[in-house]
Write a protein that binds this ligand. Structure first.
Ligand code: ADP
Ligand code: MG
Length: 238
């Protein structure tokens, strides 16, 4: 069998706040396969964002290993981790995190600048990506000149433009209405499957989790169970 693209092994995360300790993740293990659309589903405070942030190298782990593409990212130095993220990972945020002074097109070219893609090629790639999220008419608009749904499409275009193998998304539709949510989910699913990308998405909303093919139910810092959708398999967590 193929090796999972992400391997989470006995991961514990404890936050220290003054003298208090918060056990946010308690010995969690999980494999995510290449091309999976995986949702981390759970109520607020269950540890979803913590797990995502550890996978993305944004938070420091307390115990355990997180192996992505065969490399333990918890053992990487800052520089190595930054390079790794640039090469393999994309991010979609709930609050879009677009740069307000830049147009949609400029926002989407940003990751390509960091990757040192030549100017002409950058514009071509960003334009194509914005078209595929249905924003060809909004290329020159700045974030404040767009609706929330449009801003998130820019956010998606930016996350996917360099075709990262893995895209992490934390409640990407959390600020959007139901109709726009469905549109955004369809776009993410379409773009990801076209490029055979792996998606790990955090949500508290069961209806959103239904877009995934693997739903990881998280409760109180534990994985309760993993549901494989689309088939009738129900894989129990180890
Ligand atoms: P979720 O994303 O599922 O809502 P989080 O992963 O954000 O949950 O949080 C899990 C637990 O860890 C919660 O009890 C939360 O209060 C705590 N927590 C999260 N981030 C921090 C932090 N930076 N410092 C201290 N405690 C935190
Ligand atoms: Mg969260």
């Amino acid at each position: 069998m193929e090796k999972p693209i992400i391997e989470i092994k006995n991961v514990t995360k404890i936050y220290k706040v003054g003298n208090e300790k918060v056990l946010a993740l308690d010995n969690v293990s999980l494999d995510i396969n290449e091309g999976d659309f995986c949702c981390l589903l759970g109520t607020s405070g269950s540890g979803k964002s913590t797990l995502l942030n550890l996978m993305a190298g944004i938070e420091k782990i307390t115990k355990g290993e997180i192996i992505i593409k065969g490399k333990d990212i918890t053992k990487m130095g800052e520089h190595q981790l930054a390079k790794f993220r640039q090469k393999y990972l994309g991010f979609v945020f709930q609050s879009y995190n677009l740069i307000g002074s830049l147009t949609a097109l400029e926002n989407v070219t940003l990751p390509l600048i960091f990757k040192e893609v030549p100017n002409k090629k950058r514009i071509q790639m960003a334009t194509e990506m914005l078209k595929s999220v249905g924003l060809e008419e909004r290329m020159k608009h700045k974030p404040t000149q767009m609706s929330g749904g449009q801003q998130q499409r820019v956010g998606i275009a930016r996350a996917f433009v360099s075709k990262p193998e893995i895209v992490f998304a934390d409640e990407p539709t959390g600020n959007l209405d139901t109709k726009t949510t469905m549109e955004i989910m369809d776009i993410i699913k379409k773009v990801a499957s076209e490029n055979h990308q792996t998606i790990v998405m955090v949500t508290h909303d069961k209806r959103i989790a239904e877009y995934a093919d693997k739903v990881v139910n998280i409760h109180d810092g534990h994985i309760e169970n993993i549901e494989i959708l689309g088939g009738n398999k129900n894989e129990k967590n180890n």
